[in-house]
Ligand binder design. Structure first.
Ligand SMILES: Cc1ncc(COP(=O)(O)O)c(C=O)c1O
Length: 414
């Protein structure tokens, strides 16, 4: 076993001299194609999705292509992933007196959208996949439960068989939040096509991006029509007349979460690149996973579908939170880190501001302190989970440095 003195943390030579490149999958794939697509919208002076001086109808095209990619009858483009969640929840009938079950690990938008819809967020524990534990979800179903929000987190997919079973048995909807796992699949089916409805984000950190943006997918016509109306200020005819559809649901009020043609032009190009981005991150992650397979003292996050995850994050558990913190610190100074400064990190670190973990959602979920013991299991797992980004831009040398860094730190510290 190598001694601690080999670690840069204790004066040894670091594995790398420079940090790794940033991990912004979609944006790092921008090239002339996106520039051309955006320029066309500008040249045609038609950035609005429903009409314009020389209207191109790009958002509608993107919606058809996205629905076909995911494998659903409908896709609705919206202005963000949070807008997608809010619209989806409203369109599922979430409101005063209803509850939505969500995981302890996600993003602040998840509880925020439930509260914005008028519903009550109810937390359920994650398991060693760091996604919703179906058994824990089942315990939290009440007569007021309207939906289960299954958040595919950091590139990894939920146990959709288990969650679908609970949802069906309980007569509640299953919403997939696929913001962090675009292009992923579950047992061969694309994420976003398995739950009753699904949401996506195209914000900068996502697999494909227009800076901001989002989408909702579903096979349910009534849900689609409600979503169409809600996201478009409660207009009961606009998108429908374009599609030659008849309104089959009651008109209701809405907000403005419309997508715009500039973002859609970028996203149409990005969507054509999605599979190659995902293939690259998967391949990159597998190289590191293989490289560290014999390292003692670390245990990889369990994958509900190893073939379906998108590979943007490597997360492993060590024995204690103290060891996890030291491991992270050691990797940092080995230069196995990204310029963003956030990774390597811990999934949960007490005292650190991080909207991914429920302990930071106290303003959205009343009485969190009183129920804290129920979610100790989640914190126990997340607190000893070390977390690294994997970028599609990483070269084999970068990936081998990541492997070398993890191996070196594990041998010295664990
Ligand atoms: C799991 C999850 N849900 C929802 C969102 C919200 O997406 P947006 O930032 O596009 O509003 C995010 C985004 O960052 C996310 O990670």
């Amino acid at each position: 076993m190598k001694g601690k003195s080999s670690l840069a943390l204790y004066g040894g030579r670091p594995v790398r001299t420079q940090p790794l490149s940033v991990m912004h999958p979609g944006a790092t794939y921008y090239d002339n194609e996106e520039i051309k697509a955006v320029t066309e919208v500008l040249r045609y002076k038609s950035p609005y999705r429903f009409y314009g001086p020389r209207f191109l109808g790009i958002t509608a095209k993107f919606e058809r292509e996205f629905a076909s990619y995911v494998g659903t009858r409908y896709a609705l483009a919206v202005s963000s992933g949070t807008a997608a969640l809010h619209t989806a929840l409203i369109s599922l009938g979430v409101g005063q007196g209803t509850e939505v079950i969500l995981p302890t690990y996600g993003w602040v938008s998840c509880p925020a959208a439930i509260v914005a819809a008028g519903g009550t967020p109810v937390l359920a524990n994650v398991d060693d996949s760091l996604t919703l534990d179906p058994a824990d979800v089942k315990k939290r179903i009440t007569s007021g439960t309207k939906a289960i929000m299954a958040v595919h987190i950091r590139g990894s997919v939920c146990d959709l068989d288990g969650l679908s079973r609970v949802a069906k048995e309980s007569g509640v909807a299953l919403l997939e939040d696929a913001a962090q796992c675009g292009g992923g699949s579950y047992h061969g089916r694309k994420l976003g096509s398995i739950g009753n409805v699904a949401t996506f984000s195209f914000q900068l950190n996502k697999m494909i991006t227009a800076g901001e943006g989002g989408a909702i997918t579903t096979d349910d016509e009534g849900f689609y029509q409600r979503a169409l109306m809600f996201h478009d200020a409660g207009t009961p005819y606009r998108g429908l007349s374009e599609e030659g559809l008849k309104l089959k649901v009651r008109p209701s009020p809405g907000v403005n979460y419309r997508a715009n043609e500039l973002a859609s032009a970028i996203l149409r190009v990005q969507l054509r690149k999605m599979n190659s981005i995902v293939a690259k991150t998967r391949k990159n992650k597998q190289r590191v996973v293989k490289g560290i397979s014999k390292v003692k003292g670390i245990k990889l996050r369990r994958e509900n579908d190893p073939a379906g995850e998108v590979g943007v994050a490597l997360i492993f558990f060590v024995e204690t939170p103290e060891k996890a913190r030291l491991f992270r610190d050691a990797l940092m100074v080995e230069n196995v880190r990204r310029p963003s400064g956030a990774y390597p990190g811990l999934v949960y670190e007490p005292g650190k501001n991080d909207g991914h973990v429920y302990t930071h959602w106290g303003h959205l979920i009343g009485g969190l302190e009183a129920v804290a013991p129920e979610y100790r299991k989640s914190l126990e797992l997340m607190g000893r989970a070390v977390h690294l980004d994997i970028s599609p831009m990483d070269t084999n040398e970068d990936l081998d440095d990541i492997t070398a860094g993890i191996t070196k730190v594990a041998e010295a510290l664990l």
